[in-house]
Structure formats: structure tokens, C-alpha cells
Design a protein around this ligand. Structure first.
Ligand SMILES: Cc1cc2nc3c(=O)[nH]c(=O)nc-3n(C[C@H](O)[C@H](O)[C@H](O)COP(=O)(O)OP(=O)(O)OC[C@H]3O[C@@H](n4cnc5c(N)ncnc54)[C@H](O)[C@@H]3O)c2cc1C
Length: 393
């Protein structure tokens, strides 16, 4: 495996950095939450307009679709896409609707009809249409195939009934993708179908859920006789499980937090130096190890990227990638609040809070990383069974 970037790829990185320097003032770096996490969906008013504007600017550059085939306006390069994502994660730029861009679009490219691609991809590429994910239900999370939401054929429409939950940004998105049960008689994984859903369809109710930070990022979504045109089915009748597994692979792949962790550690080190805080041996040891772990996380991610770029099965590699990156973010966040002692726990509205209170924010925000996009325990099951060939219990 060759992880060296070409000169052309490195000059592209410079181009993205120049864009960020020009368009995204450094003092906003700790303002919008961590790029690619639900926290970016919490902003309102002028702040939300700013987020939308950044997404559109990134889209105007063609940087939401770099991994797409040229026929759909892309550059056919997951490597270029990864460079753009590394930079926006490092500088914490809220430039991507990560659900639409990082996991729905690649799923649609693989399983969608030509009409669906023509209809949905341009809005994602331009950074104008945002998507939410409607998979989890109150009694179906890790065991997703137990879901109860139904879709019943009625003429040219499927009629959807049920409840989804933990739906990031559903209050801010025009579109969603939803997994439903279309056949009760088939084995539970086989009777499921996947639809693109216009979130303005009558019968959809979105109710807020407030997270550990007191922010409205995710929601409950109720589907009450929601009529969806049958041409919105993605991947074919009762093929929804396979489509969803692809979505989840891309979703896990996008939890590539090593640049964000590196950025946080760089911020901490700069603060510690400026404040003249000397670290004892134990903290220095942990800090050095966290920096090494960022490199490990990057290598694990690059391995998954190389396999994905070849279109080979990558479920085990992306499970390891997601698990390692998310747990690393938690370890770095834990280190940050401890090394700053009581100051690490102060919120941004305190004049004594280091880095505008980012350490305490980051500590709480990262607490959900090992649950979102599938839990670390499930990732470890995947590594054990698909990677190591151990039997299921
Ligand atoms: C911040 C955030 C954003 C989210 N956004 C979305 C979204 O946009 N759309 C969406 O559909 N969902 C979303 N989710 C939901 C997420 O996908 C689920 O939380 C996740 O799949 C786990 O399901 P659960 O919460 O029902 O936990 P459960 O499945 O009930 O699990 C509870 C505990 O049991 C463990 N466990 C369960 N089964 C096993 C097993 N077989 N082996 C070992 N351990 C096991 C789990 O690891 C976990 O620790 C989000 C979650 C979070 C935290």
C-alpha cells in the first residue's frame, strides 16, 4: 500500500487550505461544533445561515463530489475527497452536510436509478440540499433489522407508518432516507426497503430531543400515513438491508476524527505553552502517546480508504477505523479536561475558560461518538467475526 500523496494531490491540499484561510476566520474555529458531528446542526438564525453559506461555497468549488465518477461531475478520487475532509476537520470548518455528502450520495451512486441520481445528486454536490438518516427506532438500534416502521403499496405510492428516533438534523433537512419493512413474511433482514423521503410530505412530524450539551441536534420523527412515490425506493423491493449496510460503511468511514483530534491537541499545546503550564511526566507521556495515536488512526483510516477506493468489501476495516477514531477522540477530550485541571471544566461563557471553553464542550460532545453510527461494541463484533473469522455467539 502506498500512502504517499502525489504532487497534484498535495497542491490540492494547499488550495483547500488557502480557501479556508480566506473564507473562514481563525477565531471561528471553536464556534460551530466539530465538523462531521451532529453538533453542527444545532445553530440557528445568522449562525445557521453562515453554515449553509459555507456548504454552498464548498459546493461551488466542486469539493462535495470529488470521489464521484466524472459522469456525475466528480473527479473519481476518494483520495482528493479525503484531503478536503482532512483540512476542514483540522480547521473545524462547518462546510459539509455530512449525511448527504459522506454517506447518502455514495450509496445512491451504487444503488440508485439514473433518474434518482439525476434528481438528488446535483443538490448534494452544490451543498444546497441536506439529508437526514431515518434508521433507528425506539426499540431498534444495534439490532436494526428488528425495526417496525412499515411501507405498504397503494397504487403508485408506498404508505409509511411508524416512528424513527435520534435523527440528526431532521429539523433542518429537506430530504431523508428511511428504512422500512415491506414484507412481514420474509426473514427480518430480507423484508426491508429503503426510500428517499421528502421531509415536507404530509404526515411527517419532527420533535426535538435535547442532548447532553443542552442542544437540539437530534429528533424523533413520526410517520403517519406518509405517501412516498414508489420511484423513491432505492436498490429495489426488499433489498433495503444491503443498501443500508453500504450506507453504514460510508457513515463509519466518515467518522475520521484524527484531524480534529490533532487540531485539538495542537490548540491545547499552544495554550499550555502560552500560559507557562509545565506538565508532569505522566501528562507528557499521555500527550506524546495521543499524538502517536493520531498517526495510528490516520493509517487505519488510509487502509480503509485504499480498500474502499478499489470498491472491495471494507466492512471490517471501516468498523476498526470508526471505533479507533471515535475512542481516540474520547481519550483526547478526557486528557484535555484533566491537564487543565479545574479550568478544563469551565464553559465558554466564563472568562477563565481556556480555548473558549472548547475542552469541556469537546468532553461532552465526544461522549456520544462511541454510540453514533453504530456502537464501539458492534464495531468490535464486526472486527471479531468478519475480520478474525470468529463465530457469532
Ligand atoms: C449523537 C448521535 C446521533 C445519532 N444520529 C442518528 C441518526 O441521524 N439517525 C439514526 O437513525 N440514528 C442515529 N443515532 C442512533 C444510533 O445509530 C444508535 O444509538 C446506535 O445504533 C445504538 O443503538 P441504541 O442507541 O438503540 O443502543 P442499543 O442497541 O440498545 O445498545 C445499548 C448498549 O448495548 C450494547 N449492545 C447492543 N447489542 C450488542 C451486541 N450484539 N453485542 C455487544 N453489545 C451490544 C451497545 O453497544 C450499547 O452499549 C444517533 C446516535 C447518537 C448518539
Amino acid at each position: 500500500m502506498d500512502f504517499g500523496y502525489s504532487q497534484q494531490e498535495e497542491s490540492f491540499r494547499e488550495e483547500v487550505r488557502d480557501f479556508i484561510k480566506k473564507e473562514f476566520p481563525a477565531d471561528l474555529r471553536w464556534k460551530f461544533g466539530v465538523t462531521f458531528t451532529p453538533s453542527v446542526q444545532t445553530h440557528e438564525g445568522k449562525d445557521w445561515e453562515y453554515v449553509s453559506g459555507m456548504r454552498a461555497k464548498f459546493g461551488a468549488k466542486g469539493w462535495h463530489s470529488l470521489s464521484w465518477p466524472e459522469a456525475y461531475g466528480g473527479k473519481n478520487s476518494l483520495f482528493l475527497q479525503n484531503i478536503a475532509w482532512e483540512e476542514i476537520l483540522y480547521y473545524n470548518v462547518p462546510a459539509v452536510d455530512h449525511i448527504g455528502v459522506t454517506f447518502f450520495a455514495p450509496t445512491l451512486l451504487k444503488f440508485g436509478t439514473e433518474e434518482q441520481k439525476k434528481k438528488y445528486l446535483p443538490g448534494i454536490a452544490k451543498g444546497e440540499t441536506y439529508w437526514c438518516e431515518l434508521l433507528s427506532e425506539p426499540d431498534s438500534g444495534s439490532d436494526l433489522a428488528s425495526l417496525k416502521t412499515t411501507a405498504t403499496l397503494d397504487g403508485d405510492y408506498y404508505v409509511l407508518n411508524g416512528q424513527k428516533t435520534w435523527n440528526t438534523g431532521a429539523h433542518k433537512t429537506q430530504m431523508g432516507f428511511v428504512l422500512t419493512r415491506t414484507d412481514m413474511n420474509l426473514a427480518r433482514h430480507r423484508g426491508l426497503s429503503y426510500f428517499a423521503l421528502d421531509m415536507n410530505t404530509p404526515g411527517i412530524t419532527v420533535r426535538p430531543l435535547v442532548n447532553i450539551l443542552g442542544e437540539h441536534e437530534f429528533n424523533e420523527v413520526f410517520l403517519d400515513n406518509v405517501r412516498v412515490p414508489k420511484e423513491n425506493m432505492v436498490g429495489g423491493l426488499n433489498k433495503g438491508w444491503y443498501v443500508t449496510m453500504m450506507t453504514l460503511d460510508y457513515e463509519r468511514f466518515a467518522q475520521m476524527f484524527y484531524p480534529a483530534v490533532r487540531s485539538y491537541l495542537d490548540g491545547l499545546v499552544a495554550y499550555l505553552k502560552e500560559a507557562g503550564i509545565k506538565l508532569d511526566a505522566a501528562f507528557r507521556d499521555r500527550l506524546a502517546y495521543l499524538y502517536s495515536e493520531c498517526e495510528m488512526a490516520k493509517m487505519i483510516h488510509y487502509r480503509a480508504m485504499c480498500i474502499m477506493a478499489k470498491d472491495s468489501p471494507s466492512t471490517y476495516e471501516v468498523a476498526m477505523d470508526k471505533m479507533y477514531n471515535c475512542e481516540l477522540a474520547q481519550r483526547a477530550a478526557d486528557f484535555g479536561v484533566q491537564v487543565l485541571n479545574n479550568y478544563g471544566g469551565l464553559c465558554g461563557n466564563s472568562k477563565y475558560a481556556p480555548l473558549n471553553g472548547w475542552p469541556s464542550y469537546y468532553y461532552l460532545d465526544t461522549s456520544s461518538y462511541t454510540m453514533m453510527a453504530g456502537t464501539s461494541e458492534i464495531d468490535r463484533n464486526v472486527v471479531a467475526t468478519q475480520g478474525l473469522g470468529l463465530p457469532n455467539e
